[in-house]
Structure formats: C-alpha cells, structure tokens
Design a protein. Structure first.
Length: 89
C-alpha cells in the first residue's frame, strides 16, 4: 500500500508539483508495492532515526523521500532536489 502525506496532495492540487512528475513517482511506488524490490530504481538509504529508515528515490530533477512500515510505503515529500531535503529535515 502506498500512502501520501497531505502536503503532497495539496502541492499537486495547487500545481506546485506537476501532475506528470507525481504520476511518475506514483508508478514507481506501485511497482515497489508490487515487487518489494528496492533495486529496481535509483533508491538510496538516507540517515535513519531510532524508529525508521528513510529512503529517497530519484526521477530526473525530482526526489521523493519515503519510509517503509509493515510492507506499506509512506511518501513524506516529493520536490526538486534543491528543496526536498530542506522540507524533510
């Protein structure tokens, strides 16, 4: 299952995040949810907290930050490379 944060839905609705970019990432997460194979895409492990391990997936100039919990993918941020890490931290 793929779960998107509310702020991602709002940025798509406002047009700050292009729909075609969102659809590309949505396809990535559907494929990950189906296969559970992180090696299919350009995914790297980021720093982790005590509770969870965060990952980032890259598509062109955009990045998505997510974590995995109970075989579900929780996407917390999708933005351009310059912005995504600022929003995440």
């Amino acid at each position: 299952m793929v779960v998107y944060e509310e702020n991602i839905k709002k940025t798509v609705a406002k047009g700050s995040l292009p729909k075609d970019v969102f659809l590309k990432f949505n396809n990535v997460f559907i494929a990950l949810d189906t296969t559970h194979d992180l090696s299919l895409f350009d995914i790297k492990k980021l720093k982790s907290s005590e509770k969870r391990i965060y990952y980032r997936v890259r598509k062109g100039k955009y990045r998505a930050i997510f974590y995995i919990e109970n075989n579900s993918y929780f996407v917390i941020s999708i933005a351009k490379r310059e912005e995504v890490y600022e929003k995440w931290e």
